[in-house]
Design a protein around this ligand. Structure first.
Ligand SMILES: Cc1cc2nc3c(=O)[nH]c(=O)nc-3n(C[C@H](O)[C@H](O)[C@H](O)COP(=O)(O)OP(=O)(O)OC[C@H]3O[C@@H](n4cnc5c(N)ncnc54)[C@H](O)[C@@H]3O)c2cc1C
Ligand SMILES: NC(=O)c1ccc[n+]([C@@H]2O[C@H](COP(=O)([O-])OP(=O)(O)OC[C@H]3O[C@@H](n4cnc5c(N)ncnc54)[C@H](O)[C@@H]3O)[C@@H](O)[C@H]2O)c1
Length: 458
């Protein structure tokens, strides 16, 4: 049985960074990955990178071939091929990055715990058993598949991962779920020219966002031709000669409806990936949501076993997995001061068109919590950069504490929002008064400049 200083289960973002860090400190490290197609993890292979690449491509398709399905369809097939090339390149780079270090060994196969220090790796051909002094779980998350009658028998049902492989543009796409995955795929496929319908169980669209911004997003989806159905109770689906039919009822009054599609995407959330891992054999406890329980420094209930990224639940973002690595590095080799508690507020972005980004409290949350606040709104159309980008849709919004002048929340629904939110995040994390952004010298023309005006009206 081979012995390692550290075994990392899952080749995700945090795990890869940790492997390199430990190996450079002369630890003997094993990384176990169940699929060579997933070296580097979800983000580069089936998540952030392929989706953002195709969203960018879809913006071109929309501009060049609006309402020309034949040409959009050809463009889509080429865009998928270009996306595949990029994913392949990044996967190779990630693999090379770890393989080039002689202290790291990559094992192909699915890992499961045998005891607190040993794991089994099952691959097609054999079983390998390894022993590790420390073990790091970085197995990510997998899509939640809802119980819908007929779902398993359909040839037209996709997850985000399998839809990214489809190189023929579906003329009609049904999407179940209007979270980040649902909205990004809706934007992407509507841009490529598909007829997109989104069906959401909830009756409050974008529940964690203020109503004025949610309404602006709804309006913008409508302009793109996306039809959004809220309060949907999915019933059954069945394949027909020309695709798939989904039946559902309205959650208010039970009225039955049906929709036809060429493909149906399940965008109904993700859950921590612990299937077959047998964490209980190592004394690693799991919470009621199926996530690995960790303390503020990411140790599980077995102190020599740690967890990073989606598998521990909470915020499922690539940059959280990266920050989990920093916490563990600080715990192992630093002053042990970093913890999951000191990294808030955390921004997020949804790459629609225009994109949506948010940090801190919304106006609604701030009022609920009893803050005395002032709120400012700015139409994106008044920012000169929005004009040069020909993307004048949307709105910028900020919430400031009346007494301290500190920014307590910001929502940007405008071009470049995923970039600009980082500027606001820096101001918030360093405790700046709002006048800091009001008077900051930004380059021109840039969307950041909009912050000068957004924070002027307080
Ligand atoms: C469509 C989509 C778009 C997204 N877009 C964004 C975005 O724009 N920005 C953002 O920040 N986040 C985005 N996310 C979320 C982001 O991809 C994840 O939060 C992040 O990749 C999780 O990283 P991780 O380190 O937890 O694990 P992962 O990167 O998921 O890696 C886990 C690895 O473990 C392997 N594995 C699992 N079980 C075992 C086992 N038993 N044995 C061996 N190997 C195993 C898996 O094959 C996988 O490669 C997106 C997600 C999806 C699905
Ligand atoms: N840009 C980004 O950072 C980005 C992009 C994509 C995904 N992600 C991450 O991936 C994770 C998964 O995203 P997601 O959008 O799949 O999940 P989600 O939990 O954000 O949204 C799922 C949606 O599906 C709805 N739903 C669930 N079951 C349903 C049913 N049977 N019928 C109709 N609607 C139903 C839910 O009400 C919810 O609105 C998120 O946590 C997110 O953090 C991030």
């Amino acid at each position: 049985m081979k012995q390692y200083d550290a075994i990392i289960i899952g080749f995700g973002k945090g795990g890869r960074k940790l492997a390199v860090e430990l190996a450079e400190r002369n630890w003997k490290v094993a990384i176990v990955e169940r699929s060579p197609q997933m070296y580097g993890g979800t983000s580069i292979n089936a998540g952030c990178i392929p989706t953002k690449t195709l969203i960018h491509e879809s913006e071109y398709a929309e501009r060049l071939y609006h309402d020309d399905y034949k040409n959009q369809s050809k463009f889509y097939t080429l865009a998928v091929a270009r996306k595949n090339k990029l994913v392949h390149y990044l996967r190779e780079k990630n693999y090379e990055n770890v393989k080039s270090n002689t202290n790291i060994t990559v094992y192909d196969g699915t890992a499961s715990f045998l005891s607190e220090n040993t794991i089994s790796i099952l691959s097609e051909r054999k079983e390998t058993i390894l022993k590790g002094k420390k073990i790091f779980i970085n197995t990510g998350s997998v899509p939640i598949v809802p119980a819908i009658e007929g779902l398993n028998d359909s040839k037209h049902v996709y997850t985000s991962e399998s839809l990214l492989q489809l190189d023929k543009l579906p003329r009609r796409l049904l999407i179940i779920g209007s979270g980040a995955v649902g909205l990004e795929f809706a934007t992407m496929y509507a841009g490529f020219g598909s007829d997109v319908s989104v069906l959401e169980a909830g009756n409050r669209f974008l529940p964690e966002i203020d109503r004025d911004i949610a309404a602006a997003m709804m309006e913008s989806l409508k302009r793109k031709g996306v039809s959004l159905h809220l309060n949907v109770r999915t019933q059954a689906l069945y394949d027909t000669s020309d695709g798939v039919t989904l039946t559902y009822t309205d959650g208010f009054d039970g009225t039955p409806y049906y929709l036809k599609g060429d493909a149906l995407l399940l965008a109904t959330g993700r859950k921590p990936m612990i299937d077959g891992l047998n964490p209980e054999k190592a004394g690693v406890e799991i919470n009621e949501h199926g996530a690995v329980i960790v303390n503020e420094q990411l140790q599980t209930t077995a102190p020599h076993i740690w967890a990073l990224g989606d598998v521990k639940g909470g915020e499922l973002y690539d940059y959280m997995s990266a920050d989990d690595f920093r916490i563990i590095r600080n715990r192992l080799f630093g002053d042990k001061s970093r913890s999951t508690k000191d990294r808030y507020p955390i921004p997020f972005a949804i790459f629609t068109d225009p994109p949506l980004a948010h940090i801190g409290l919304t106006e609604e949350e701030a009022v609920k919590r009893g803050y005395s606040i002032r709120v400012s709104r700015l139409p994106a159309s008044v920012v000169p950069r929005a004009r040069t980008l020909q993307n004048i849709d949307g709105m910028l919004k900020a919430v400031v504490n009346t007494h301290t002048g500190q920014i307590i929340g910001c929502t940007l629904f405008c071009a470049d929002a995923p970039e600009v939110i980082n500027t606001v995040a820096q101001a918030m994390k360093t405790g700046q008064h709002y006048a800091f952004l009001r008077d900051f010298i930004f380059t021109h023309p840039s969307m950041n400049e909009g912050l000068n005006d957004l924070f002027k009206s307080f």
